[in-house]
Design a protein around this ligand. Structure first.
Ligand SMILES: Cc1ncc(COP(=O)(O)O)c(C=O)c1O
Length: 385
């Protein structure tokens, strides 16, 4: 028995997260938050700040420490060496996406978003007055997704300036291989394009696969990439608001320098110190979580297998399952159906862009008995239909 098994729904609702308060009558599985609390070292940062009444701006020494902690974590975990002064602190990963679009692409150029996609990619880009070119990905027989490189190539040829890459891939759970990343690089390089590589889920690889930072592949990818990482997902602290943007092209660092203090280092004291505590003092906590998530993933696969008409894409990384409900042909779409008939709150695949119709996204970072309950309720609802 793992201590996470004993966390109850009542406790989770009382804790007051978005996941557990948005739908008071349903099991929350629609937003990327984990139900496992936070690492002790992070809690200590917040407690100390409360005790000393310090909740202001991030002092310069802490800013440097957060950049250093990020660089050391990237080197230690993924063998990617980045100079500390190429790391910029931002409130979140989506702020980095806005900067990538606005500062590092030709004015007015469209942005390529492979789908199924993390939903906000499809709204943040239009919000900065750019067109999204959605490129539906290729779905293989076993439920695995592959990027459609020909369509990405055509989108660059049509004038797109940036490709949004998400690896590990929310919502479909892929961890892209070196060969896949190299093939992407080929296409991008051919057009002189740029890549925004969202690697926020990098700490959460479940299979025995390496996470390869796209920019770390070779000089080409380092030159055309803006990378975003954060401790937010792996260590469950998105509310502390600290993401990191890595500029691996020296020209980008120079071009961004005039904005780096106002647009580039905008996190508060809790975010900066929380990120340091996560990256430097919470590796054991993360390893425990990843092991637990692996068990949850295995249970999910086993239970989905017992629901006729339901399939799940192989989840190599993230704690997100992409459920293929098309055969069930659920009235109102899967999210509405399972919310109403099973009391489980999912994200409908349609909000993940083209190709999402008939699919749903399920966050499985819950205590195992809660996950089992959710899947049992979904199985029973599907059987009643
Ligand atoms: C792929 C991906 N990118 C970005 C985010 C949001 O991160 P942030 O809060 O740092 O913008 C999430 C959150 O779930 C995510 O899954």
């Amino acid at each position: 028995m793992h201590p996470f098994d004993e966390i109850t729904v009542d406790q989770l609702r009382a804790a007051g997260s978005t996941k557990w308060t948005t739908f008071p009558d349903a099991i929350g599985a629609f937003i990327a938050e984990m139900d496992f609390g936070v690492p002790p070292a992070v809690a200590e940062v917040v407690r100390t700040a409360a005790d000393s009444q310090a909740m202001g701006y991030l002092p310069a020494a802490d800013r440097a420490a957060a950049k250093r902690a990020t660089a050391h974590w990237l080197a230690r975990s993924f063998d990617w060496q980045v100079p500390e002064d190429t790391v910029h602190l931002l409130p979140d990963v989506l702020s980095a996406l806005r900067i990538a679009v606005q500062r590092f692409t030709p004015p007015g150029s469209p942005v390529i978003v492979p789908t199924p996609a993390y939903m906000p990619f499809l709204t943040v880009v239009p919000a900065v007055d750019r067109q999204v070119i959605e490129v539906p990905s290729l779905l293989e027989e076993d439920g695995r997704y592959r990027l459609d490189l020909e369509a990405i190539d055509a989108a660059f040829a049509a004038g797109a300036g940036l490709l949004v890459l998400c690896n590990p891939w929310n919502p479909v759970g892929r961890v892209l291989t070196r060969e896949e990343l190299s093939a992407v690089a080929e296409v991008v390089d051919r057009h002189g394009g740029r890549v925004f590589s969202d690697e926020i889920h990098a700490p959460l690889v479940l299979d025995d696969l390496p996470h390869i930072p796209y920019a770390s592949l070779d000089a080409r990818t380092a030159g055309h990439t803006i990378t975003a990482v954060a401790a937010s997902k792996g260590w469950n602290i998105p509310g502390l608001k600290c993401g990191q943007m890595i500029l691996s092209n020296p020209d980008d660092v120079a071009a961004f320098a005039p904005y780096a203090t106002d647009a580039g280092d905008t996190v508060g004291l809790l975010g900066g110190r929380g990120a340091v505590a996560a990256y430097t003092e919470s590796q054991d906590w993360l390893e425990d979580v990843v092991t637990y998530l692996r068990g949850n993933r295995d249970l999910l696969v086993e239970m989905v297998d017992q629901i006729p008409g339901l399939r799940v894409s192989p989840v190599e990384g993230t704690y997100i399952a992409w459920l293929d409900c098309r055969e069930l042909d659920l009235p109102g779409g899967p999210a509405q159906f399972f919310r109403r008939e099973a009391g489980v709150a999912l994200t409908d695949g349609t909000s993940c862009g083209r190709g999402g119709d008939g699919f749903a996204r399920l966050i499985f970072a819950s205590p195992r008995p809660v996950l089992e309950q959710a899947l049992t309720q979904m199985r029973d609802a599907a059987a009643r239909r």
